[in-house]
Design a protein around this ligand. Sequence first.
Ligand code: SAM
Length: 211
Amino acid sequence: MHFIVPENIDKYADDHSSPLPPVLEELKDYTYANIRGAGMISDKLVGGLLQTLIFATGARHVLELGLFTGFSALMMAHALPEDGTVTSCDIDPEAERRARRFFDKTPHGKKISVRIGPALETLEGLTGPYDLIFIDADKVNYPDYYERCLELLAANGVMVVDNVLWSGRVLDPQSDDDKAIAALNKRVAADPRVHNVLLTIRDGLNVIRRR
Ligand SMILES: C[S@@+](CC[C@H](N)C(=O)[O-])C[C@H]1O[C@@H](n2cnc3c(N)ncnc32)[C@H](O)[C@@H]1O
């Protein structure tokens, strides 16, 4: 992933943000050492912002699209109250086995349940409402994820979409992924149902709430 802000500035921001809980540091190290595509991990800055949104809004029920090795799910679980829940969707059955090894190391892991399958199909069976929704799965489906997730979002909920700058490729979209992300950004900014702010943190985060 090509960072939007210079890598040394991103590192400075990371170094000057609160440290990760040890289990998340361990999960991050495991991911970078063992998993192809480790750069997909949302990491401390995005995870820390998700935690702050959870604290600030008093969120209790979280939906995530894109579990991967479980980093963002476990970050959010750490910020949730005892009775909070994270429902995380991924298409890869291995993702659950991998993540569960780390979830089992902390009491917060019990808050996380995983749904395996194509996220669009999983979303059909969910009823919500969710207080925070984090979209971080395959990019080509982003516009469809947005529409369905808006239906599942609680009245005062917040939706966060990752990778919305897509290493800058949204400026000149070529591939299907580029086009899907650019189309979503355009749709959200013009959508009278929501208010959004597109942040230039890491690969770009769109923070969306209902009007
Ligand atoms: C960017 S990673 C998620 C990163 C994770 N949120 C984190 O911070 O560590 C994207 C994940 O989406 C999953 N994925 C890809 N296509 C999917 C689909 N159609 N439905 C559900 N998950 C999908 C991949 O298996 C991958 O684990």
